[in-house]
Design a protein around this ligand. Structure first.
Ligand code: FES
Length: 171
């Protein structure tokens, strides 16, 4: 799978607008807007220790996460690229910040809820977007484990389509 444009390019053609928010831009916290407008760690890592790509078949959005993990199992760097909505960009940006410098086990604790808390929340209609970042990190860790022939305690084989596990949201 190839990405025709990276997150920055995506940002150029995507705006958080009333259609995206369901009619109210105030639904987004200042932190979400900051990470959407100034996403951290966009790009890719050459010769990454692990790379994970996941998608949401319902909306068609895709996320790819790159991890650089040193010999002590510390995540030295993390970058992402996406064809994702604004909420996916913001949650991925925050997720990369949260896993950098962490151990693999600590990275597993960076759930979509932890990312949303760090962003001061997301509108209910956008909660599913935060799953892309969590699953992409898991997929990258899975790739790292496979390359090194190890098993990471608590890590399950990632889904390529996160919409399989989405629950119906109440509006
Ligand atoms: Fe697809 Fe947000 S609408 S990830």
């Amino acid at each position: 799978m190839d990405f025709a444009c990276n997150s920055s390019a995506r940002l150029n053609c995507y705006k958080i607008n009333t259609e995206d928010t369901g009619g109210n831009i105030d639904m987004y916290s200042d932190k979400v807007m900051d990470h959407f407008q100034n996403p951290r760690n966009v790009g890719e890592i050459e010769n990454a220790s692990g790379v994970g790509t996941v998608g949401n078949a319902k909306c068609g959005d895709i996320m790819r996460m790159y991890l650089d993990i040193d010999d002590n199992g510390i995540i030295q760097d993390c970058k992402f690229k996406t064809f994702g909505c604004g909420a996916a960009v913001a949650t991925s940006s925050m997720a990369t910040e949260l896993v950098k410098g962490k151990t693999i086990q600590q990275a597993l604790e960076v759930t979509n809820k932890a990312v949303m808390d760090a962003l001061d929340g997301l509108p209910p209609v956008k909660v599913h977007c935060s799953l892309l970042a969590e699953e992409a990190i898991h997929a990258a860790l899975w790739d790292y484990a496979e390359k090194h022939g190890i098993k990471i305690e608590g890590l399950e084989k990632p889904k390529s389509d996160i919409s399989e596990e989405e629950v119906e949201e109440e509006y």
